[in-house]
Design a protein around this ligand. Structure first.
Ligand code: CA
Length: 743
């Protein structure tokens, strides 16, 4: 399908002349052309500030599994204030804003207007949509918790803003103060009863009239309405653009106004828009790319933009200047920062190893935010959104913490983090969406009866606990959790050559089918799930019969027909489809379980195969328009960014980044408070994908990995590239690789 071209895409051309406008390369539409059956990212075109509390998106429909923007639709229903991290998690605390002339229509379908992408702009900091039905132009620019709308109505006509809450809600207005306010209780599973998203809106001129409604039933005399879909129609007679400032809060309408005062105040629409561009460029410009094609730079900065949307801040600053947050764990307001909306099962792999490089201060603060779950609800959330949600196995927040601890990121209480980790590593959680399901069985048997994915995820999480124990000098705990981290060995069946489920009696699950998904394997089958032993590649290699057989198996994976049996899923799930439509065998890059697998070639002594394959994945499975599958809170994007830098964290929770094949001739990391790091590959090209030599600050660098501490020190990392794989004796790999627990 041809990608939809918005006028914003032309901004990339401008970016070439003004080289500091990195934001101009970012395409928020990347990954939006998706459906339930086939994902090119399952993303929304979010207009937001980095890690903003409230995001904004165009809507073309009312959902159905969370899709409310289809880039192929041509009718806009409004601009939604959204907090949706992923379509299957659903939205919460959401409402819409629309502009209109003529007869009043409140319902989203009835009020929708045709629009043309080629005369519209969707940029990270700015949205512009001419609404052809109304001869009206709607513009919007956000801050972290608020947004400013500018609407140009046709001259000499009555113009109207519509602000409509979703679900159980209230809207009121204050004629004297010229303020509209209210809340929506659209709340996700697992949040306290008092959960609400509040708003307060004000305008740059007096309104002519305000009408309040529930659904499309207008209550002519009301100054407050409550019930389903409470909304306001605010009417103006103005021959100039009308500006609305709207603030959001999870605390109160007063706090929403406070957020508006501090983030927008008296600043103009254009000043907020310019500030948004500066903030985006400050963040995206922490990696300056030189070389590559325009398409590669657009893919790179679009992916980097995706990495800067989640987790979202969930804290606000009160009138006294104190940082406070509504707790989605206990329903009270507490001091301190809070972050939420992150699928750790996905994001631990690439997002946080990227943040360690370019957002170290923010990373530490994020962990403090995640620990609010432990502090206020007794358990760290397994998939915070915004509170406890049930999704995916394991407690991979452990990896997010361990990676920060070993890299000395700082900014959070390591002892408290360790207490949170060891609690869910040992105690069955009575709280849904927290802890590890059936941890008691795992501890009893040394594997999870009936489950491959849980066994492997738990063993890796145990390794992460051991890394934090080591930093705290807890020797007995290090020994205990390192032993548990070896539990992956208990479910490898050498007869079939894959990880395989066992029952409580220790019998293999039968019959075995190498193509069967589901059941013991989460979102994959034996081919995709067997490699999840990031903590011990040497042990896995030995278990699978040594380096030659291991490499042969990886080679086979890349060319094995992409067959699948729907197995326990009963139906084809879109991850199967996405694997089958690419040319990478059983390597289904469209889903996260394989994202470290190409680096196992390097770990087993054949880095040239890593180099070959990662370049192919970057070039064939990414574009400025889409991804190979679900993007998942910045994970798919961060994979691209790290690989374009020529490295990947094979094992988050360890300090090494294994080297791959850099994409650009030159890249500079400019992180405030740190020396710059330049990554050069002057002889790089589409053909020269093989690394001949690596040098760090002029000295030959022989290891196939580089340590985080060396990257943080800055300097120059240089790759000499060539068209043929380098002849080199890698026979001492992976023993050389500090990654491996088994030596
Ligand atoms: Ca996924």
């Amino acid at each position: 399908m041809v990608a939809v071209t918005f006028a914003s895409c032309g901004a990339a051309a401008q970016a070439q002349s003004a080289s500091t406008n990195w934001m101009g390369y970012a395409n928020p539409l990347q990954g939006t052309n998706s459906s339930g059956g086939f994902s090119r990212g399952n993303t929304l075109p979010l207009v937001a500030r980095p890690f903003g509390m409230t995001d904004w998106t165009l809507t073309t429909g009312e959902g159905g599994w969370g899709w409310f923007f289809d880039p192929n639709a041509r009718a806009i229903q409004g601009v939604r204030a959204t907090h949706q991290p992923s379509p299957w998690m659903g939205d919460y605390g959401y409402f819409s804003v629309m502009a209109q002339t003529g007869k009043l229509y409140m319902k989203p379908g009835a009020r929708a207007s045709t629009y043309r992408p080629d005369e519209s702009v969707i940029a990270p900091n700015y949205l512009k949509v001419p609404l052809r039905r109304y001869s009206t132009t709607l513009e919007m620019t956000p801050t972290e918790r608020c947004s400013v709308f500018r609407v140009t109505f046709p001259k000499n006509e009555l113009g109207r803003f519509i602000v409509q809450m979703e679900g159980d809600s209230r809207v009121q207005f204050d004629q004297q103060k010229g303020i509209i306010s209210g809340f929506t209780r659209t709340k996700p599973d697992g949040s306290p009863e008092n959960f609400a998203c509040y708003f307060t809106a004000r305008f740059d001129r007096p309104w002519k009239r305000v009408l309040l409604a529930n659904e499309d039933k207008v209550n002519e005399s009301a100054t407050q309405v409550e019930g389903n879909r409470s909304g306001a129609a605010i009417e103006f007679e103005s021959n100039e653009p009308v500006v609305m400032q709207i603030g959001t809060s999870f605390i109160s309408t007063e706090q929403a106004l406070q957020n508006l005062q501090s983030e927008v105040g008296t600043r103009s629409f254009d000043a907020i828009r310019t500030q948004g561009q500066q903030v985006w460029n400050e963040n995206l410009g922490r990696i300056e790319v030189d070389g590559g094609t325009t398409e590669q730079r657009r893919t790179f900065y679009s992916s980097l933009y995706r990495a800067h949307l989640f987790p979202r801040m969930f804290h606000e600053t009160d009138a006294q200047g104190k940082v406070v947050h509504y707790s989605p764990y206990d329903g009270k307001v507490h001091d301190g920062v809070s972050y939420t909306d992150n699928g750790f099962w996905d994001t631990y792999r690439s997002v946080y190893p990227l943040f360690a490089l370019i957002q170290p201060e923010r990373y530490g603060e994020m962990i403090t935010g995640f620990l609010q779950g432990y502090r206020e609800g007794g358990w760290m959330a397994q998939w915070p959104s915004p509170g406890y949600r049930v999704s995916m196995p394991g407690t991979h927040g452990d990896a997010v913490i361990a990676d920060a601890v070993v890299k000395k990121i700082g900014g959070f209480d390591v002892k408290e983090a360790y207490a949170a980790m060891t609690k869910h590593a040992n105690q069955p959680s009575p709280q849904r969406g927290a802890g590890r399901n059936n941890i008691a069985d795992y501890l009893k048997y040394g594997y999870m009866p009936g489950s491959v994915s849980e066994t492997l995820d738990f063993a890796y999480d145990d390794f992460c606990v051991s890394q934090v124990a080591e930093s705290l000098g807890l020797k007995d705990d290090v020994t205990k959790y390192r032993q548990r981290a070896m539990n992956y060995r208990n479910i490898y069946d050498p007869k079939v050559g894959f990880m395989r489920a066992k029952n409580a009696q220790g019998e293999w699950r039968a019959p075995f089918n190498q193509y069967e998904w589901g059941g013991p394997y989460v979102e994959g089958g034996p081919w995709q799930s067997t490699w999840a032993v990031q903590q011990d590649p040497a042990g896995l290699i030995a278990l699978m019969g040594g380096k030659e057989r291991f490499i042969a198996k990886l080679d086979q994976m890349m060319v094995e027909p992409p067959r699948y049996d729907v197995g326990g899923y009963g139906n084809e799930i879109h991850e199967m489809t996405e694997m089958a439509v690419t040319h990478f065998g059983q390597y289904g890059h469209g889903n996260q379980p394989v994202h470290h697998v190409l680096y196992l070639f390097a770990a087993a002594g054949q880095p040239q195969k890593t180099q070959y394959w990662v370049r192919r994945v970057m070039n064939e499975l990414y574009s400025p328009d889409g991804f190979a599958g679900d993007e998942d809170n910045g994970e798919m994007g961060s994979w691209y960014v790290l690989n374009a830098l020529g490295m990947y964290s094979l094992c988050p929770g360890r300090t090494e980044y294994v080297l791959g094949s850099p994409l650009f001739k030159s890249v500079r990391l400019r992180v405030p408070g740190r020396p710059n790091l330049t990554i050069q590959a002057p002889t790089n090209s589409d053909k020269n994908v093989y690394v001949q030599k690596v040098s760090l600050n002029g000295k030959t660098h022989e290891p196939i990995w580089i340590d985080y501490a060396d990257l943080a020190k800055g300097g120059t990392l240089r790759f000499d590239m060539g068209a043929k794989a380098r002849e080199r004796d890698y026979s001492r790999t992976p023993e050389l690789l500090p990654h491996s627990m088994s030596k």
